[in-house]
Design a binder for this molecule. Structure first.
Ligand SMILES: [Zn+2]
Length: 70
């Protein structure tokens, strides 16, 4: 697997994931990822992307319910 930016070698490691949304901010410290040894760019594999999307979905559900004061 090669880096899309610099064609450097990608190695397995962990990388942080952070997202700012309206109403919440999500930071995951250590997500398994492919990290470029040359430029530091990182990519998440599909299972990790799925997990992150699942977490975001649950967060959005939760924050929606939380703000539902009716
Ligand atoms: Zn790179």
């Amino acid at each position: 697997m090669k880096c899309m930016h610099c064609q450097g070698t990608m190695v397995k490691g962990v990388a942080p994931f952070h997202i700012d949304k309206k109403g919440y901010h999500l930071t995951l410290d250590e997500v398994p990822a492919w990290i470029c040894q040359q430029c530091g760019e990182f990519y998440f594999d599909e299972p990790q992307v799925d997990s992150i999307q699942e977490i975001i979905r649950k967060l959005e559900d939760g924050t929606e319910r939380l703000s539902d004061v009716a």
